[in-house]
Design a binder for this molecule. Structure first.
Ligand code: UDX
Ligand code: UDX
Length: 434
């Protein structure tokens, strides 16, 4: 099938590349010339395991093309996926100006050839109706199209696997014609994947996405609440949460306490869902609590550092991990950045290392001392702070780290070290909930 992807960010680029890998002819459109130039030379603008290889393979095979020409792309495609960003407005609601702008652009190229327009971006319930209204308002009266919702559930760092081996495929449609088209799009995946395909209404599909992300964030905030209770009561959060998660009805995933969740999705989607509930006249207290606990997790961690180190002015502090999670170079809403801001405001000198996210962080904090590895970060530091659980950090030689530091103190914001190992190696160790 001939497919168009509008917006080649984390979601659009991964989706487009994987749909090409499944055998479709995919044209990806973006209005960022720098991004397009990279993509045209087979370079991925983002670090995402496996993605660059698939871009090169499918570009060479001729079924993946990058362009800024939305008009011809729409004319030549049967299905058009809207994958542009939906950032938060100052009051938390989703800003849909890019979705609207793209819908208007698409409308100019619709004609009597039937097309399906897919809302892939995460949007509040009933957005598809607004997209349809927009398309009707600006398109030729003979234009034939349907708008459907097809949320993605990919996680950064495992985006390619999540797309090619999904837990479920959710397709929100309101008629048989668009349902048939969407099933044809996913046929190559459905044929080889055991994942259930949920055909639901458009509104349900929109709510599934916000609901799923809010539930995952709820688990994390719950874990952070338990962690605080454990610290105050003198229990071990990992023991408590492991045993809680062994109940099949609860499950152990996404119960890791830490410095709070970040990224481009959870913080934005949770606040957008809260606004949606308010608009629907529903009490959003549960969602507000999830947000508050998340902010508190980061603040509590910084307070712990301030309490132990007392005066931070002039002290050198080492940061391990800048990305909002491992296996990505994405620093959007990364807890590390909030922690660094606070420490810098207190007068601390920061040395930092991240395997992939230093270039992005330099744009926000040009004046930190960026180091080539964790050992270099440790040199002369009065405390080491773990903000992201990159696998390589778990294998560090603690004896060597200790010999390089001025004072051996670790604040482990992701519980990657065993407290007794750290103590045996002579560290003063502070984990989360332990
Ligand atoms: C975004 C949303 O934030 C998320 O909620 C949604 O589920 C999918 O899209 P992401 O892919 O991470 O997530 O966004 P981003 O990396 O910002 O990519 C958006 C892309 O769209 C950018 O490459 C941007 O240049 C492009 N874009 C944006 C357009 O091509 N045209 C526009 O009008 C606006
Ligand atoms: C999330 C959703 O998981 C995905 O389905 C959706 O499509 C996009 O948003 P992503 O933001 O890429 O994906 O990463 P995710 O693995 O969900 O982690 C989000 C944040 O939660 C990270 O900051 C991570 O460190 C944090 N987290 C996750 C915890 O603090 N504890 C956990 O147990 C799990």
């Amino acid at each position: 099938m001939k497919l168009a992807i509008i917006g080649t960010g984390y979601v659009g680029l991964t989706t487009g590349t994987c749909l090409a890998e499944l055998g479709h002819e995919v044209i990806c459109v973006d209005n960022d010339p720098v991004k397009l130039e990279k993509l045209k030379s087979n370079k991925s603008p983002i670090f995402e395991p496996g993605l660059e290889e698939l871009i090169a393979k499918n570009t060479a095979a001729g079924n993946l093309v990058f362009t800024d020409d939305i008009s011809n792309t729409v004319k030549n495609s049967e299905v058009i996926f809207i994958c542009v960003n939906t950032p938060p407005k100052p009051d938390g609601q989703a800003d849909l100006k890019y979705v609207e702008a793209v819908a208007r652009e698409i409308s100019q190229s619709l004609n009597s050839d039937y097309k399906v327009i897919v809302d892939k971006s995460t949007v509040p319930v009933r957005t598809a109706e607004k997209v349809k209204e927009t398309l009707l308002r600006y398109s030729d009266k003979n234009a034939k199209f349907d708008v459907v919702s097809n949320p993605e559930f990919l996680k950064e760092g495992t985006a390619v696997i999540d797309t090619l081996e999904p837990d479920r495929i959710v397709i929100g449609v309101d008629n048989e014609e668009s349902k048939a088209v969407m099933l044809k799009v996913y046929k190559p995946l459905i044929d080889k994947s055991p994942a259930p395909v949920k055909i639901v209404s458009v509104r349900s599909a929109e709510l599934i996405k916000h609901g799923a992300n809010t539930f995952l964030a709820t688990k994390i905030s719950f874990a952070n609440l338990i962690a605080e209770a454990c610290e105050v009561a003198g229990a071990d959060a990992l023991e408590v949460l492991e045993a809680i998660g062994l109940d099949d009805r609860i499950g152990s995933k996404f119960l890791n306490p830490g410095v709070g969740f970040g990224g481009s999705c959870f913080p934005k989607d949770i606040s957008a869902f809260k606004k949606t509930l308010e608009v629907l006249g529903i009490d959003p207290s549960l969602v507000s609590a999830i947000e508050l606990i998340n902010e508190h997790a980061t603040e509590r961690f910084v307070k712990k550092i301030e309490k132990q180190l007392w005066v931070l002015d002039g002290k050198t502090i080492g940061i391990l991990g800048l990305a909002f999670k491992p296996n990505t170079d994405d620093i959007r809403n990364a807890p590390a950045l909030k922690i660094i801001s606070k420490l810098v405001a207190d007068g601390a000198k920061i040395k930092a290392y991240d395997p992939e996210a230093m270039e992005n962080t330099k744009k926000v904090f040009p004046n930190l001392e960026y180091c080539p590895d964790p050992y270099e970060v440790s040199k002369g530091s009065e405390a080491l702070i773990v903000c992201t659980e990159w696998p390589e950090f778990k294998k560090l030689d603690l004896q060597q780290i200790k010999s390089l530091m001025k004072t051996p103190i670790i604040f482990d914001g992701r519980n990657i070290f065993n407290p007794s190992d750290a103590s045996k190696n002579g560290f003063k160790y502070f984990g989360i909930g332990r």
